[in-house]
Design a protein. Structure first.
Length: 280
């Protein structure tokens, strides 16, 4: 069964709504108290549903099934829009990676995972290991199409900067590769470590490389940064997240939940013991 042309499917959908602005709402249950459990969205019908166990290494299960399952379930994922440059400076690369996250703030550490070994590495990984540096750019709504275009299967040596039409800004202070000018938030980073992992589906083949980098400079657009230089305004950043398949998600609605205090909000050890006794 053939799939319909994507542009035909897209044309049947509502247009992008530029008036949808970032805003805060109440939580689902503002009156929730310690020990209450799931809120009312978890109803009897949901509670009656069974869970199905899946062995990721089940005989006959292709690795791509795990890939599809994980990227549709671990969502939304932040995207590292990675700018790299070869050690000789002749080759530049720009590509999005959603196997990415921040690990620590002191020092600022980030992890990016590549679906290949270093022997047959992706362009970004090859450049990163050679030059030992990169720039991580965070993708916003105002250049999502351009960012996505850099996932094109271009051969090594072809620069995605031209494909995307984005602007390379060569003003970084600790690395030689460019940051994306259109990005509200960018991070210069240096290679910390990397490790290759062997495929479980095809033993003997290196299937992934996990790289840790350390942030050395932060770049934030002036209208998104507060006076203390410690907060980025989400109404300006308007970040895009990765969902399953070819799906992206926009972050325009949020709620705030203060971290509870053991004594003030729970009532201390005595109150905890009462809850524990009740639940048992």
């Amino acid at each position: 069964m053939s799939r319909p042309d994507f542009k035909t499917v897209e044309a049947s959908r509502p247009e992008w709504n530029p008036s949808s602005s970032f805003h805060y709402t109440q939580t689902v249950t503002p009156g929730w108290k310690v020990g209450d459990g799931a809120n009312h969205l978890y109803d009897e019908a949901a509670a009656a549903k069974k869970h199905i166990p899946i062995d990721p290494q089940e005989q006959g299960r292709p690795a791509v099934s795990n890939y599809k399952l994980l990227i549709s379930g671990i969502t939304p994922r932040p995207i590292a829009f990675l700018s790299t440059r070869s050690a000789d400076g002749k080759t530049t690369n720009l590509a999005p990676f959603s196997y990415f996250n921040v690990l620590s703030h002191d020092p600022p550490l980030f992890v990016v995972s590549f679906s290949s070994g270093t022997g047959v590495s992706k362009d970004s990984l090859r450049n990163l290991l050679e030059s030992k540096e990169c720039v991580i750019n965070i993708i916003s709504e105002h250049y999502i199409e351009a960012a996505n275009s850099t996932s094109i299967n271009a051969p090594y040596g072809v620069s995605e900067w031209e494909v995307s039409g984005l602007t390379p800004e060569y003003d970084c202070e600790t690395v030689k590769c460019a940051r994306v000018k259109e990005s509200v938030f960018s991070i210069e980073a240096k290679l910390d470590s990397y490790k290759e992992y062997e495929s479980r589906a095809n033993p003997g083949r290196i299937s992934s490389t996990v790289v840790t980098v350390e942030g050395t400079r932060f770049w934030v657009r002036e209208d998104a940064l507060n006076e203390e230089k410690n907060t980025i305004d989400p109404t300006v950043l308007r970040p895009m997240g990765r969902l399953g398949g070819i799906t992206y998600g926009r972050c325009i609605e949020a709620m705030e939940l203060p971290r509870p205090d053991f004594e003030k909000d729970l009532g201390g050890q005595e109150a905890y013991e009462k809850l524990a006794k009740k639940s048992s």
